[in-house]
Design a protein around this ligand. Structure first.
Ligand SMILES: Cc1ncc(COP(=O)(O)O)c(C=O)c1O
Length: 473
């Protein structure tokens, strides 16, 4: 390559790399403690972000500084008091791994030699960490793609040849709890099953799928000539972190010969802890699982995994012959068992994180988040300002809401409280609607969060409730 080739950094290269390292170090130090307020973009930055496409470039240093300013004034899930939604937290070694992976830009569509071996090893390690006997699978871009991948395999097993013939006169049905993540519905729609054929199984008073109701629904559907394809049990619902009773559901799936998929995108890492392993009892009986390492395994997005007990279930639905991607004898290409074609080496960040921190340190971080959820629950439960759910958090989501006695519309008050918390900036929370009620929904999935952050979060919520009340008087 000539140094005058377009798009090379040329002599700026070393300085640009060094400058990036300084920016990253500054950011990591800044993430160590929560900020007292959010930084917002300046008027000049907003103006820059509306400029038209540049025909010629600026120096790498100036470009990097601009990028750093954008990132510094963005909502970053890496901050220790970012407790909204289900965050990832930019694990440091994972971020470095991404720089390496993207620099080499390996493609896992085909065998990539050592990188493919690493990919397989990481998937095996992850299965071992969670207690799932992985027969194969893939790292994907997210829980949505992982769930869809598993559902395609389930459809093919229930209706062999459906990948070629379509569904014909068969009416397939899929079951999941009424609180399952929307990605399941999206998958059902994409697979041509139709969301009308997705059964929202009633939940019990802990918001877990009811096995009795599941059995009744399956029996009735089969009597009507419908074809059950899969049951999706959630290992940690997005709404409150409920874990469906996997063992009881596995009994039913075995009895009727139905594929069992566990959507553990959020909650499954808790299965690796001694405190919560029993909540996931039966996990090893599932046909497939989804797990987002970019949620509660802390690595940067995107790093999800879908695992199956039997790799042939993926091969039977994805294998193919194409002139531009020939086979070396009977050896499979990765694209013979993955939904995606070009795939980056997502496994590297998890592989390096396991290598550098070891499984025990991961368990310790997950346990810490579990304890933080219990602490916030206890603080809120003891407060006259707040209401918590009657059941303790089984994982790390702690729904809570303000219950001031003199407020006519609690939903409006709690929505205003959430806005006030976000505007205040010391803590970042999101809201969720549970059975028609607006709740705050802190979720602990960040390795940087401390017990002190939990106390500050509680104090900020109470302070802003009092402030909101006083402005309404
Ligand atoms: C239980 C569950 N499944 C699936 C998903 C979708 O994951 P992703 O956003 O990685 O596609 C989520 C996201 O929060 C989730 O909580």
């Amino acid at each position: 390559m000539s140094r005058s080739n377009p798009l090379t950094l040329g002599t700026d290269r070393e300085a640009a790399l060094h400058h990036t390292a300084q920016i990253v170090l500054r950011a990591w130090k800044d993430f160590d403690q929560a900020r007292e307020e959010e930084h917002v973009p300046s008027a000049s930055l907003i103006a820059r972000l509306q400029e038209p496409l540049p025909a010629t470039g600026i120096s790498a240093m100036s470009g990097l500084d601009l990028a750093a300013e954008v990132l510094d004034t963005s909502l970053a899930q890496s901050r220790p008091r970012y407790l909204a939604y289900i965050g990832s937290s930019g694990l440091e070694i994972g971020a470095l791994a991404d720089l390496l992976a993207h620099s080499y830009d390996v493609n896992l569509a085909l065998d990539a030699r050592a990188a493919s071996l690493m990919d397989h090893q990481t998937l095996k390690w992850l299965g071992e960490f969670l207690g799932f006997p992985s027969g194969g699978g893939a790292f994907t871009s997210g829980g949505t793609i992982s769930n869809i991948t598993a559902l395609v395999a389930a459809r093919e097993r229930a209706i062999p040849g459906s990948r070629f013939n379509g569904l014909g006169s068969t009416t397939p049905v899929v079951y999941c709890s009424a609180d399952a993540h929307y990605s399941v519905r999206r998958g059902i729609e994409l697979l041509g099953i139709g969301s009308r054929n997705l059964r929202g199984v009633p939940i019990d008073n802990e918001r877990r799928l009811s096995p009795t109701a599941l059995r009744d629904m399956i029996t009735s559907d089969m009597a009507s000539g419908l074809t059950p394809i899969a049951v999706v049990a959630t290992g940690g619902t997005t709404l409150i972190g409920a874990v469906d009773p996997i063992d009881a559901i596995a009994d039913i799936c075995e009895e009727f010969g139905i594929w069992l998929h566990i959507d553990g995108a959020y909650g499954l890492p808790a299965a690796a802890t001694t405190e919560r392993v029993s909540v996931f009892s039966g996990l090893a009986r599932a046909d497939s699982i989804s797990i987002d390492a970019h949620k509660w395994m802390y690595v940067p997005k995107a790093c999800s995994a879908v695992m199956v007990r039997d790799r042939n279930s993926l091969v039977s639905v994805f294998s193919h012959e194409e002139a531009y991607i020939p086979h070396d004898g009977a050896v499979l290409n990765a694209v013979d068992y993955t939904l995606e074609y070009s795939r980056p080496l997502r496994a590297l960040k998890l592989w390096l994180a396991f290598m550098v921190h070891g499984a025990d340190e991961f368990r310790a971080a997950i346990s810490q988040n579990l304890q933080q959820a219990q602490l916030l629950y206890d603080l809120a439960d003891a407060s006259s300002h707040l209401e918590v759910m009657p059941i303790r958090p089984s994982l790390s989501i702690v729904p809570l809401r303000a219950v001031p006695s003199d407020v006519p519309d609690l939903n409006a008050f709690n929505a205003a409280l959430c806005d006030a918390i976000q505007a205040d900036g010391r803590v970042y929370l999101s809201q969720a609607v549970i059975d028609g009620e607006v709740w705050l929904r802190p979720c602990f999935t960040n390795f940087r969060t401390t017990q002190d952050d939990v106390h500050v979060t509680f104090a900020v919520i109470v302070e802003l409730i009092e402030k909101l009340q006083s402005t309404k008087e």
